[in-house]
Write a protein that binds this ligand. Sequence first.
Ligand code: GDP
Length: 200
Amino acid sequence: SQIKEVEFVKSSGRAKDCPKDDRPEFAILGRSNVGKSSLINALVRKKEVALTSKKPGKTQLINHFLVNKSWYIVDLPGYGFAKAPDAARMDWSSFTKGYFLNRETLVGVLLLVDASVPPQKIDLDCANWLGRNNIPMTFVFTKCDKMKVAKGRRPDENIKSFQELIRENYQQHPPWIMTSSVTGLGRDELLLHMSQLRNY
Ligand code: GDP
């Protein structure tokens, strides 16, 4: 399940422009600042890779990275910019939703959730939207190493409240993994999880 090789393939402005082949893919999604770039870098152990998508103008695109020439990691635009004008939020919803609803090779969404803050409505809304549309997802809690946290709540307490809120809406709780890009927690578990999902 290890990553040996990663290659940036392309940035697409629309779902229709994404690579057209049968390789399975995982979309990585989360609030801006959730630790998405750090997690991608930790997964691939190659600093320059995820940074490609951080270049100005690329953050609002769907970025495909080919792993081991056999599957894709897809870096999607972050959501929930507190100061973004309504137009920018609409952008996210129209084209990212288009991607989710039309991408047949999508094996699963890794929904990143910051464990160092209490549950955020926007993350719950996103999870519930994916759930309603039957898009398979895994919660990837980020920053689980953080001990200096908002309102004095520890990551495990935040995760527990998040899961309780999710449970109200799901018969079965989606799988979840605790990670830290600082300590490497969850890295191998996440890679193994993705390889299991690819082989279904
Ligand atoms: P992105 O906007 O989602 O791509 O987030 P970044 O990867 O740029 O991370 C946002 C901030 O959170 C940066 O200051 C990171 O150093 C910090 N960060 C990211 N991952 C972790 C983590 O696992 N632990 C801790 N303590 N900080 C993290």
